[in-house]
Design a protein around this ligand. Structure first.
Ligand SMILES: CC(=O)SCCNC(=O)CCNC(=O)[C@H](O)C(C)(C)COP(=O)(O)OP(=O)(O)OC[C@H]1O[C@@H](n2cnc3c(N)ncnc32)[C@H](O)[C@@H]1OP(=O)(O)O
Ligand SMILES: N[C@@H](CCO)C(=O)O
Length: 489
């Protein structure tokens, strides 16, 4: 299938009606969250996928902003025909709080002083970022997310979601991430922060009316950027080639292409990022630790989500060992986990670049959706002794067109549809037994949704009762559940 773009997109904003209470105890007033959405939310609101961004990302994950030269940062996997297919899913991405891309952060105006927060901005954590996203998801009227997906710090948010709101996330895809920041990660973050803090223009975080600490922020990004690459990718990109010269300068000026590249990356970064946000967001990552009493398995004990954990073989910043630690802790809690290690020379940033492998792995995982993952559990049903009037009333109340008929032990013995009810009125029948279909086509929670869809098509029916091994009704699955989740072709 052709992979397409979501086209022109715009960032939207949500201002919280209430204060946001932070993990550290402070309150943030008039919080604003910048977000983008792609695709359509289905009738059941069951096809929403939340995308969480990494350290320097933003709400613009896919498509194009008017006049831009590059699409959103994860355009390689979001769009029609891509694994996060906007023909099937409703994709949401928001800028984290503490950020500088439209959501409230240290560069925002503090409503109490009328000036930018600077260092008056409270310390935020990954859990606070998730709280802010939860408010946005509530505002969009979504009770449960079909999936939460993110790489690096985005992956940390994915894990945090599954712990903060275990019932709200059906599927989780954390990529190139960790369940707790390791000393090496904290160390690199601290060097980046010190580069900013030691720039005199930083001025204790109060620089918004003058010049920004560009030197410090650029240096922080240069250091960070090295950690996003690999030995091999740097060799492939630059070798020992010189930049704009034939031989060494034998002075302290720039000689090598890799130096020029790093300066370029540093200089471009300062044009799009705020130094204080860099301080706050890296600090939030340092504090991130999902262990409970020293045990990650205990930290994950309430998780209910099905997982796809992805790592990158050449990622030395968030090495595969940290992903395997997540897999082991989930497995210890009997959580269904799939694990993939991407083969790539790109290092940590492979999660932003390896389009083929990401599309293939994520698409495979999302297509393995089971009936039990998407059905409406505990669907409306009626007892065999009930009258046709009662069945009609229940259908109206529950806004359903299909009612499984059950015996005393909850065992499925038939199904009545809205069509059967009209038939009953026309033919003046009064008992359910006279009009219900007794040979009911059903689905099992372990069936792939493709199988349920095939049955619905073959028998030309729009709803299947979901039954367990003892033929007891445990839910219902309809074409509406399935249609937006099935491949277009
Ligand atoms: C979720 C999130 O993390 S969102 C944030 C993601 N985006 C970023 O982090 C932006 C910073 N960039 C990156 O991290 C990486 O560049 C990636 C992963 C996004 C893209 O990687 P690649 O496609 O391999 O790009 P690459 O690293 O080669 O950089 C290309 C840029 O370097 C420039 N460049 C390459 N060689 C040199 C050189 N010798 N001297 C100066 N500049 C150079 C290119 O001209 C190009 O510039 P452009 O970006 O303005 O077009
Ligand atoms: N390139 C990514 C790496 C951090 O995970 C970013 O800047 O956000």
């Amino acid at each position: 299938m052709k992979k397409e773009s979501v086209g022109l997109v715009e960032t939207q904003y949500f201002i919280f009606p209430d204060d946001l209470i932070l993990e550290g105890g402070s309150k943030l007033k008039e919080v604003k969250v910048a977000y983008e959405t792609y695709g359509k939310l289905n009738k059941e609101k069951s096809n929403a996928i939340l995308i969480c961004h990494a350290l320097s990302g933003d709400a613009h994950a896919a498509g194009w902003h008017e006049g831009d030269k590059k699409p959103g940062w994860w355009d390689i996997i979001i769009g029609p025909g891509k694994c996060l297919d906007t023909e099937k899913y409703f994709i949401i991405c928001s800028n984290v709080i503490g950020g500088c891309k439209g959501s409230t952060g240290p560069s925002s105006i503090n409503p109490e002083t009328g000036k930018p927060y600077g260092l008056d901005f409270p310390i935020i954590t990954l859990s606070d970022m998730v709280e802010a996203q939860k408010k946005l998801i509530d505002h969009l009227g979504i009770n449960q997310l079909f999936a939460v997906v993110g790489g690096s710090m985005g992956g940390m948010q994915v894990l945090q979601w599954c712990i903060s709101y275990p019932d709200m996330v059906k599927l989780a895809i954390p990529i190139a991430t960790a369940a707790r920041s390791a000393p090496q990660q904290i160390a690199f973050n601290e060097v980046g922060r010190q580069a900013i803090i030691s720039d005199p223009k930083w001025n204790a975080g109060s620089y918004y009316s003058g010049e920004a600490p560009k030197e410090g922020l650029s240096l922080a990004r240069m250091i960070g950027h090295i950690t996003y690459l690999s030995y091999e990718s740097m060799y492939q990109k630059f070798g020992r080639r010189l930049q704009d010269k034939e031989k060494y300068g034998f002075d302290l000026s720039m000689d090598f292409q890799v130096e020029s590249y790093l300066h370029y990356q540093g200089n471009s970064f300062v044009k799009r990022f705020d130094a204080n946000t860099y301080l706050y967001v890296t600090k939030a990552m340092d504090y991130f630790d999902l262990t409970a009493n020293g045990s990650l398995a205990e930290g994950f004990k309430d998780v209910k989500t099905k997982f796809l954990v992805i790592s990158v073989d050449s990622d030395w910043l968030y090495p595969p060992a940290q992903s395997k630690e997540i897999v082991m802790a989930l497995t210890a809690n009997d959580i269904d986990v799939n694990y993939h290690e991407i083969k790539s020379p790109y290092g940590h940033d492979a999660f932003l670049l390896e389009s083929g492998q990401l599309n293939y792995i994520i698409n495979g995982f999302l297509s393995e959706i089971l009936v039990g993952d998407v059905m409406t559990p505990m669907a409306a049903k009626i007892s065999e002794g009930a009258s046709i009037d009662e069945a009609a009333k229940l259908m109206l109340e529950e806004k359903v067109t299909h009612l499984p008929v059950i015996a005393g032990d909850n065992r499925l013995i038939g199904i009545v549809t809205a069509w059967d009810i009209s038939k009953a009125v026309a033919l003046k029948c009064s008992k359910l037994d006279e009009i219900m279909t007794k040979d009911v086509i059903t689905a099992c929670p372990e069936d792939y949704i493709e199988l349920a869809a095939e049955k619905m098509k073959r028998y030309n029916i729009s709803s299947l009762p979901v039954v367990d091994g003892g033929k007891r009704v445990i839910g219902i699955i309809t074409t509406d559940h399935i249609s937006t989740l099935m491949a277009r072709d």
